[in-house]
Design a protein. Structure first.
Ligand code: AP5
Length: 192
């Protein structure tokens, strides 16, 4: 199973991917986590990405594609993966298709978690207090939501137009949302 998880910041992609990886027995690839690991390690890439991430802007497509190529070349992704945080613009969507085609692969489903902005702002305000993530300040969250609308929403439309999109209500308990995703993937498989 090769799954792409889409959704605005705070829609629950990372939370649900952690559960789905156990369920599907495939690795969870979060481009945000990969970047945060570079920042924490103080690598040149991390130094380049740090300020961009804190502002809530997108890190350059070249950096992301290099990281993703590297990760998808690893043996543990042969049986599948859950991709969380990529693609984030139409250029990245095209790059993902080309990368997978080069590996003789396609993804099985793009699942969009839908959560209203009010709930997202409340969730991320809670995380800012609990974890202090640098991009969870109210200004960065507002900016990340704008970046999502401007750059990532067209990716959702693109997958919708190509019949690759599954939309899931992301509001509810973690178990409820998880069950909806699993059922949606299952339905997709029965249809496809
Ligand atoms: P990234 O780490 O991908 O951040 P994001 O998309 O903004 O996503 P979040 O981690 O904030 O939210 P999530 O949807 O995973 O929700 P979560 O499960 O954590 O990217 C960070 C930055 O890296 C980007 O801004 C950019 O700079 C850079 N970057 C990453 N990928 C890139 C790319 N491809 N191109 C360019 N730049 C890139 O949940 C959020 C909170 O809500 C948690 O506290 C959680 O406990 C809570 N929660 C989850 N589910 C529920 C629920 N059902 N009910 C109540 N609370 C819930």
């Amino acid at each position: 199973m090769r799954l792409v998880l889409l959704g605005a910041p705070g829609s629950g992609k990372g939370t649900q991917a952690t559960r789905l990886k156990e369920h599907l027995q495939v690795p969870h690839i979060s481009t945000g986590d990969l970047l945060r690991a570079e920042v924490a390690a103080g690598t040149p890439l991390g130094l380049q990405a740090k300020e961009v991430m804190a502002r809530g802007d997108l890190v350059s497509d070249d950096i992301l594609l290099g990281m993703l190529k590297d990760r998808l070349s690893r043996e543990d992704t042969r049986a599948g993966f859950i991709l969380d945080g990529y693609p984030r613009n139409l250029e990245q969507a095209a790059a993902l298709d080309a990368l997978l085609a080069g590996l003789g692969q396609k993804f099985d489903a793009a699942v969009q978690l839908v959560v209203d902005n009010e709930q997202i702002i409340a969730r991320l305000a809670g995380r800012a207090k609990a974890e202090g993530r640098s991009d969870d300040s109210p200004e960065s969250v507002r900016h990340r939501l704008n970046v999502y609308d401007e750059k990532t929403a067209p990716v959702v439309d693109f997958y919708r137009q190509h019949g690759q999109l599954t939309v899931v209500d992301g509001v509810g308990t973690l178990d409820e949302v998880f069950t909806r995703i699993v059922e949606a993937i299952q339905r997709g498989h029965e249809v496809g």
